[in-house]
Design a protein around this ligand. Structure first.
Ligand code: ARG
Length: 464
């Protein structure tokens, strides 16, 4: 509530009583939206320049306002600005200070503008830069995974389905699966730019304005592509917030999956990877413990991203057009998701830079569970002209035999194998080796060493 010289709140000219001081404190969004001060000042500068270009304000007034706004920006960035909750939000705090610095002519800054279009303009600019920062860190993570993958093309481990040994794969192939996920996350954030690039500035409170404003001019000045189409929709719309929160949620879900995977692989039961001391924590009572707390932190945070997305969806459900105070909560939700995601991405990058595969254990585990049985079935189809279902049954009998004899498939006697498939020769033993199994999966997207190499080269080109 900016006061004019009669000590009345600017928007308060017709309201006789002071607003409840309790609500003034609670309803103020200042602590949250002060993070928008740069975007707010940038928006005001573009707006004032447009007002001058359109001959709505004079050269002198424009310059006075610009002087005041620049001074305010310096004050805030140097922590010399007196914020006051009495003035509701960042927009009113800045406007009030403008009055103090340049006097009554500050009143021209809000010509042909409303806080309703002002706040969405600020928030869209802010989310655009958050998107960019997230994309930047995602690139860093992808590079880290590519580096780790490159070193582990021939590191063989069991691939799991149902968390049971399924088929042998390369550790790099597992890692590269996450590159695909993070690439899709990038696409989601990139797609968000389309709606973020429409400028809300100039729709005012709900109806537009009778002033001869130039919305294309302010849009370009502020880095948007074009102005939004409908004033009512513009002040009501928070779809771009939902898109952002959804993108954060999916990205965090991916982070939680890799985190969980690494927690399992790091457990004493699996012992497939080692985490360096930099990324583990101790126990207050058990001196021997090295816990994967960072990974658990990542896994746990996902809940809060989903919560934020659902808060916003619920907030918008059934809300009539157009602006309501309800919408003020959007910023807190967005900032929380942004801060959490940036932190999680940074932590994940650190974890990935500080883990190493326990190659011996990976191989040992891959040797369990008759993991090359599918290769045997495929061999029977290829070299003994058997339909796959028949080959599947024969292989199941061979696995049963191995189980009975407590032997690995490749150590079975060829004479025993011949009892099940008479025409088998010792040639079959070759397909049962882990390395052969991995390297034989040459179908596009499969785990053969060559495929992985090619994928790494393909992705690395984008990141050099
Ligand atoms: N602080 C408000 C918000 O974030 C700014 C918009 C206020 N508009 C209004 N008509 N009261 O939503």
């Amino acid at each position: 509530m900016t006061k004019n010289k009669n000590n009345k709140a600017i928007w308060n000219s017709r309201i006789g009583k002071k607003t409840s001081s309790f609500f003034q404190k609670i309803g103020s969004s200042l602590n949250i939206d002060k993070r928008l001060y740069k975007q707010d000042i940038k928006g005001s500068i573009a707006h004032v320049e447009m007002l001058f270009k359109q001959k709505i304000i004079s050269f002198k007034i424009k310059n006075k306002i610009l002087y005041g706004l620049n001074k305010i920006e310096r004050e805030i960035s140097k922590n010399k600005f007196q914020f006051d909750h009495k003035y509701e939000d960042i927009h009113m705090n800045i406007e009030k200070r403008l009055f103090e610095i340049i006097g009554e002519e500050a009143g021209y800054v809000h010509t042909a503008r409303s806080r309703n279009d002002q706040v969405i303009t600020d928030l869209k600019i802010w989310i655009k830069s958050s998107n960019k920062e997230i994309l930047y860190i995602l690139n860093r993570i992808i590079k880290t995974i590519l580096k780790l993958s490159e070193k582990n093309i021939k590191t063989i481990m069991p691939g799991f389905t149902h968390l049971k040994n399924a088929q042998p794969v390369s550790f790099a192939h597992y890692l590269m699966a996450y590159v695909e996920m993070f690439e899709r996350d990038k696409k989601r954030f990139q797609n968000n730019f389309e709606s973020l690039n429409e400028s809300p500035l100039g729709v005012l409170a709900i109806a537009g304005t009778s002033f001869n404003i130039d919305r294309n001019y302010t849009a370009k000045k502020l880095g948007f592509k074009n102005p939004t189409n409908n004033s009512i929709d513009t002040v009501s719309d928070r779809d771009f917030v939902l898109d952002y929160l959804y993108s954060c949620s999916v990205c965090s879900m991916h982070i939680s999956r890799i985190a969980e995977e690494l927690i399992i692989w790091n457990s004493d039961g699996f012992n497939l990877i080692k985490l360096s001391d930099k990324i583990v924590t101790g126990s207050s009572i058990m001196p021997q413990k090295k816990n994967p707390d960072l990974l658990e932190f990542l896994r746990g945070k996902t809940g809060s991203f989903y919560g934020n997305l659902f808060s916003m969806l619920s907030l918008l459900k059934g809300l009539p057009l157009s602006y309501f105070k309800d919408l003020q909560d959007d910023k807190e939700i967005v900032f929380r998701s942004n801060d959490n995601l940036i932190n999680c991405l940074k932590i994940l990058d650190e974890v990935l830079n500080n883990l190493s595969p326990n190659k011996k254990k990976m191989l040992e585990l891959a040797e369990k569970g008759y993991i090359t049985a599918t290769d045997l079935a495929d061999y029977l189809v290829k070299y003994h002209s058997m339909p796959f279902r028949e080959a599947y049954k024969k292989t199941a009998s061979i696995v049963n035999l191995a189980e009975k004899k407590k032997s690995k498939l490749e150590n079975l006697d060829i004479s025993d194998l011949k009892k099940i498939v008479p025409k088998l020769s010792s040639d079959v033993l070759k397909v049962l080796s882990l390395e052969n199994s991995v390297n034989s999966k040459k179908s596009f997207g499969g785990t053969s060493f060559d495929n992985i190499k090619k994928m790494i080269v393909k992705y690395k080109k984008n990141y050099d």
